[in-house]
Design a protein around this ligand. Structure first.
Ligand code: IMP
Length: 436
């Protein structure tokens, strides 16, 4: 019997978006990645966009994990991802042009490949839906995931096996081409696509491996592993605002499945939230508002999509969805982003619950029609005038700003562990030390 000491390990951290994506996960991931031995991207594809700034340079990553800038860090693109090799080649080129040539990258042989027809299908489906369209990124994400579950998807490993690739491609096109024909689109030429993709296989071969084994090795050696989130909980195919969601689950719960490791492997879940809320694409958004204040937030916060450049919709912070995210993900600490953007506002609102058909509710309703009807119930807090972008500790923050953060903790039940007051790495206040 040994009760001498229970080792509390902080070796694995999941960074998860608690809103509709674009919470600023890229900055926090980059920040934590500095200390990580391995950074893993588990799901999604180049619908994501992570902006990272350091040394006066700005990098936009869509597929490659954020640890790519540290040559000592292993970067993994795991089995749950959908990977567009054309987009990956562009990202390699971007890194090369910025002088990033020494890096460690591993790509799962089980990850799905986004094929050219997935982009066409995405666009076609969106146009057929008309006013009901989702506002996807048109990167082929949904069709790639549906081919996966229809078992006509092409895996990264298939790119290394010409005979298999031919069969898999013909299987997929037997379904895809009649659809193309029906809707007056050009049918996909199997040989052309084969020739292009077999070349990608050759280029990607040095990176392709069984990443589940690789991550397990890192776990066995107690290495520090960062699971980098993409999108956000409200875009989850299971627990988001369905059908206005992405086609995968960007939650902490999906990480073990999407990486091929055990659920017990996760120690910490950092939930990332903006100090307000944004959304791109269509779908319900209870705290959304459009006036001079939202315009100011959009301009000061540069609220335009990294992937599609669309102006983001703006709303007040919604703690109902943050509690939803806490429950779904088991969030252990909250990282508040873009707090500096709220400086100078007279008043700031926090949504604490909704009114739905005359009743007060404290949760996100399951049916989208009900969510659309939810009216936010707010508590209003006085704002602060001071510029906080050079603050390095909680104590230096203006009193009203501190009170705003205390209110967030109170209504979410989650400790604030990181505060971001600007885009640069050193504009970060940490209240808990991670990976130490
Ligand atoms: P899809 O993932 O391209 O199919 O798009 C589905 C929905 O998710 C759309 O509303 C997109 O705008 C949204 N979405 C997908 N990825 C991201 C992201 O990384 N950030 C924010 N929104 C996203």
């Amino acid at each position: 019997m040994c009760l001498k000491g229970v080792e509390i390990l902080d070796h694995t951290i999941v960074v998860v978006g608690t809103q509709w994506g674009d919470e600023g996960k890229g900055k926090i991931t980059d920040y934590l990645a500095l200390k990580a031995d391995m950074v893993v991207r588990s799901q999604g594809g180049n619908n994501a966009g992570h902006t990272i700034r350091f040394n006066q340079q700005k990098f936009a990553l869509h597929l490659i994990p954020s640890g790519i800038f540290n040559s000592g860090t292993k970067n993994v693109m795991a089995n749950g991802m959908v990977i567009n090799p054309r987009a990956l080649m562009e990202e390699f080129e971007m890194l090369r042009s910025k002088g990033i040539t020494s890096f460690q990258l591993y790509i799962s042989d089980r990850a799905q490949v986004i094929m050219p027809y997935h982009l066409e299908m995405d666009e076609l489906l969106e146009s057929l839906k008309g006013e009901e369209s989702i506002g996807t990124t048109k990167k082929g994400i949904g069709p790639a995931y549906s081919d996966k579950t229809n078992r006509i998807g092409i895996r990264i490993g298939d790119l290394l096996k010409p005979d298999r690739l031919k069969i898999a491609l013909d299987n997929a096109l037997a379904f895809v081409n009649p659809v193309m024909k029906t809707f007056g689109r050009t049918e996909i030429d199997s040989t052309e696509v084969f020739n292009e993709y077999i070349e990608y296989g050759k280029k990607l071969k040095p990176y392709i491996t069984d990443t589940s084994l690789l991550i397990q090795d890192a776990l066995d050696y107690h290495q520090k592993i960062l699971f980098e989130g993409a999108q956000g909980t409200m875009l989850c195919i299971e627990h988001g605002t369905y059908p206005y969601v992405t086609s995968s689950s960007p939650t902490a719960a999906s990480v073990p499945l999407s990486c091929g490791i055990s659920p017990q492997s996760i120690n910490e879940v950092v939930g990332v939230t903006k100090a307000y809320t944004t959304r791109v694409g269509e779908g319900a958004f209870p705290t959304e508002f459009e006036n001079e204040i939202s315009k100011k937030i959009r301009e000061v916060g540069h609220e335009y999509g990294t992937t599609t450049q669309r102006p983001r919709r703006i709303g007040w912070l919604d703690t109902v969805i943050l509690r939803h995210a806490r429950r779904i993900n088991g969030v252990t600490g909250l990282s508040i982003m873009l707090l500096d953007v709220l400086s100078g506002l007279e008043e700031i609102k926090i949504c604490t619950s909704y009114e739905l058909e005359g009743k007060i509710i404290h949760h996100v309703p399951g049916h989208y029609e009900d969510f659309l009807k939810c009216k936010p119930i707010y508590i209003t807090y006085p704002g602060w005038k001071e510029d906080i972008s050079n603050v390095h500790s909680f104590d230096e923050l203006p009193k009203n700003c501190q009170n705003y953060l205390y209110a967030i903790e109170e209504f979410t039940g989650i400790k604030v562990t990181i505060i971001s007051v600007g885009p640069d790495r050193d504009q970060t206040v940490t209240l808990k030390k991670y990976f130490e």
